[in-house]
Ligand binder design. Structure first.
Ligand code: UD1
Ligand code: CA
Length: 457
């Protein structure tokens, strides 16, 4: 079994992004630009994966960590020079070396697999990826000999009108025979005007050694669109989002309106779930089967079990058990956990709190730093007063408790199992199990139609 290594070029400055964040760390569909390429390399079993970094290298290392090894390119002297920086970490460790760019997130792993496969079966010096496109995008041209073999890659700066007219473009992605690469890449000589070491010279160097160069030609330009500006970033996001959405559709998920459905790459969704319009599913979100999500939901890093209906709500780092109904206008903040069949209605907020199975909080409630037992009913406007200005305190509400509307539970406090708190109560002391507690009812003071002069006692 032959071994594959990958070298990912990412030392470019990315000045056109106009950003303090290194270009390759800008997120697309929930993961940094560079991770799209890293994940593809890993999916192909590449090892080692060497990331060539320069500009913003500390931030890139900090973000990517152990997922790659790093080679540092101090001066940006061209793509050939960049690959040379990875030599020490890669030489002798693989049969083929895949060279990729860190800013080409739409390249399909399937295309790369094909490229590697061609290199493995033909055993040429290198296999390059080309695309046929009338719009040159400033890419180098692939020049072929009469027999159809690739002879050279010519950059636009050096191209004659005949070469400019060629529509086969070099994508900058190659699979090299490792021996050929490492014995040859150091022989690249700098090219004017910028005195850069062009990796593209490898084609001519192979031809000079009498070695064949293979080409995999594709026709989907979107795959090889590099990200240099925020316009490219958004265009790439559209391409990737369409692919993600289609993956879920083919897996049995209904998307009411794919154009307004934003699903991060890592999200998992079960069969027969319907995602309604204008919904964002982010991070490590997992949604079960047979749910209806949306319209208008923003859900991040949340697990939702089967059979839930979530309408127009925001959920962050929360857990929702099966058959929950939530919304419209609910907010689950980190640490919220709704048990099975909970019904959480309009304008509710739950934070760092568990609501037991079959409980109701139908209108205008805040439950924070609390645990609520099963079958409890929180009346409209129930508030756990969890913060006294200095510390956060917990509220415990037992199973089958009934909290009357508009009650304030001043934490730390508990309401026992099966107890009833009257509407409008301010609960400052623990209520034992199976007990009725009620507070400050309004007193009837006087009739507003009486003569006010009578009231001067
Ligand atoms: C290169 C190819 C060109 C091809 C195009 C496709 C060369 C000489 N030309 O063009 O034929 O059509 O890619 O996009 O290779 N990088 C470094 N260090 C460097 C220079 C570049 O890490 O010193 C990285 C960049 O961050 C980027 C990638 O290499 O990710 C490509 O660099 P870029 O300047 O965009 O390539 P071009 O020279 O324009
Ligand atoms: Ca470029």
């Amino acid at each position: 079994m032959s071994k594959l290594a990958a070298v990912i070029l990412a030392a470019g400055q990315g000045t056109r992004m106009k950003s303090s964040l290194p270009k390759v760390l800008h997120p697309i569909c929930g993961k940094p630009l560079i991770n799209w390429t890293l994940d593809s390399a890993r999916a192909l079993g590449a090892d080692p994966i060497v990331l060539v970094i320069g500009h913003g290298s500390d931030a890139v290392r900090a973000a990517i960590g152990e997922e790659a090894c790093y080679a540092f390119q101090e001066q940006r002297l061209g793509t050939g020079h960049a690959v040379l920086q990875a030599r020490e970490q890669t030489v002798g460790r693989s049969d083929e070396v895949l060279v990729l760019y860190g800013d080409m997130p739409c390249l399909r792993p399937e295309t790369l697999a094909q490229l590697v496969e061609i290199q493995r079966t033909r055993r040429s010096a290198m296999t390059l990826l080309s695309v046929n496109s009338a719009d040159s995008m400033g890419f180098g041209r692939v020049v072929r000999a009469a027999d159809g073999r690739a002879q050279a890659i010519v950059e636009e700066a050096a191209a004659t009108p005949e070469i400019m007219a060629l529509t086969e473009l070099n994508c900058g992605v190659y699979c090299f025979d490792a021996d050929f690469l490492w014995r040859t890449v150091g022989n690249i000589t700098p090219t004017l005007p910028k005195n850069e070491y062009y990796l593209t010279d490898m084609v001519e160097l192979a031809v000079a050694q009498g070695l064949p160069v293979e080409v995999l030609m594709i026709d989907d330009v979107a795959e090889v669109q590099g990200v240099n500006t925020r316009v490219h970033l958004a265009n790439s996001a559209v391409t990737l989002r369409e692919r993600i959405n289609m993956r879920h559709q083919l897996n049995g998920v209904t998307l009411e309106d794919p154009k307004t459905t934003y699903i991060d790459d890592a999200v998992v969704i079960g069969e027969d779930t319907v995602i309604r319009a204008n919904t964002h599913l982010e991070g490590a979100t997992r949604i079960g089967r047979g749910c209806i999500i949306g319209p208008n939901c923003m859900i991040s890093d949340t697990t939702i079990a089967d059979g839930c209906a979530i309408i127009a709500s925001m959920l962050e780092s929360a857990q929702v058990d099966e058959d929950v109904h939530m919304g419209p206008f609910g907010h689950l903040r980190p640490g919220a956990h709704l048990g099975p069949r909970v019904k959480m209605g309009n304008f509710g907020e739950v934070k760092n709190a568990t609501i037991g199975a079959d409980s109701y909080m139908s209108h205008f409630s805040y439950v924070g730093d609390a645990s609520v037992g099963e079958r409890a009913n929180l009346g409209a406007g129930t508030v756990t007063c969890n913060f006294n200005g200095k510390t956060k305190n917990r509220t415990e509400i037992g199973a089958d408790a009934f909290i009357g509307s508009g009650s304030l539970l001043i934490a730390p406090v508990s309401v026992g199992e099966g107890s009833v708190v009257g509407a409008g109560s301010i609960v400052t002391h623990d209520v034992p199990d199976h007990t009725l507690a009620y507070g400050s009812p309004a007193r009837i003071k006087r009739s507003l139609t009486d003569d006010p002069d009578d009231d001067q006692s």
